[in-house]
Design a binder for this molecule. Structure first.
Ligand SMILES: NC(=O)c1ccc[n+]([C@@H]2O[C@H](COP(=O)([O-])OP(=O)(O)OC[C@H]3O[C@@H](n4cnc5c(N)ncnc54)[C@H](OP(=O)(O)O)[C@@H]3O)[C@@H](O)[C@H]2O)c1
Length: 271
């Protein structure tokens, strides 16, 4: 795969690396700093955090310790939608991250309805706090609601997406709206790694189950943000651009979907 094929150009022209490190459930502190540093060493150029994860300070520390130039790493954070002001919350995130700007700022979930936070997200972008803005956990109807009021459209929708959550209708809608669907929990928070079909395809491909699940997404041009705090697994999860899954293996993985190809972003509300 060429460098271009390892990225997705967003509707606003910014470039999102297809592989990122997710840091949900990684406690703030040295463990988080190390995980991000190991990912950067392994070639990741995209880190996915959130205000709700309470580890933005560690992500910022790792970025600084890495010595990489700011424009070499794509940093996403997410607005915690129980707060009332995406602009003030962005200022707080930037302070913790030690950055002037994030690359992508997402509404973490549509609590209180899909539209109320959007004008504040647009304002955060206007103020230069975020190069790109988007949403997360938004279904087709919620995306349509945002589109009705937006002066600047979301460029990404981060959702639970894997062979087991193959939300085809939502993916198709996102593509039509030129919104990049980003796959979160691409390993099912670890649950999908022991599936027999995934394991069989991994054996055939001479790869690990994690690599198969991640490859399934990036082979479609879908960004993935696997989480790991283990140095070896972080490296392993990055080795997904040097092989291809045959069409019949892709089809067997597609058939694992449990959502019926839904246009919904989630099975229920957690708020
Ligand atoms: N927007 C949202 O609402 C939302 C929701 C959920 C997740 N996310 C994002 O998506 C990211 C990833 O999702 P996730 O945290 O649910 O989990 P995931 O990436 O699907 O799976 C992570 C789990 O798999 C293990 N693992 C990782 N690589 C492995 C490998 N190669 N071999 C064996 N085990 C491996 C990890 O353990 P070790 O750490 O011990 O390796 C961890 O238990 C999050 O961190 C977050 O950034 C966003």
């Amino acid at each position: 795969m060429t460098a271009d094929e390892m990225t997705r150009v967003l509707a606003d022209g910014n470039t999102l690396p297809l592989l990122g490190l997710g840091v949900w459930q990684v406690p703030d502190g040295r463990g988080c700093v190390d995980a991000v540093l190991w990912a950067l060493e392994a070639g990741y150029r995209h880190i996915d955090t959130a205000q709700a994860y309470r580890n933005e300070a560690s992500v910022g520390k790792a970025l600084k310790e890495s010595g990489l130039a700011r424009d070499e790493v794509f940093v996403t954070t997410k607005f915690f939608p129980r707060g009332d002001d995406p602009v003030r919350a962005a200022e707080e995130s930037l302070r913790k991250l030690g950055l002037d700007q994030v690359d992508l700022y997402l509404v973490h979930w549509p609590q209180g309805g899909p539209t109320w936070a959007w004008p504040g997200m647009e304002r955060a972008a206007e103020l230069g706090y975020a190069r790109s803005i988007g949403v997360s956990n938004f279904d087709e109807a919620e995306l349509a609601s945002v589109a009705e009021i937006a002066t600047r459209m979301p460029v990404a929708n981060q959702v639970d997406f894997s062979p087991f959550s193959f939300r085809r209708a939502l993916h198709d809608t996102c593509e039509k709206m030129n919104i990049a669907l980003e796959a979160y929990s691409p390993l099912g928070t670890g649950r999908h790694l022991t599936d027999a079909t995934v394991a069989a395809i991994a054996t055939e491909a001479g790869r690990t189950p994690a690599q198969v699940l991640l490859r399934w997404a990036v082979q479609r041009g879908i960004p993935v943000i696997p989480k790991s705090v283990n140095r070896e697994r972080i490296r392993q999860n990055a080795q997904i651009f040097d092989f291809e899954l045959p069409a019949e293996a892709m089809a067997r993985l597609d058939a694992l979907d449990l959502t019926g190809g839904t246009g919904s972003a989630r099975e229920g509300k957690w708020w």
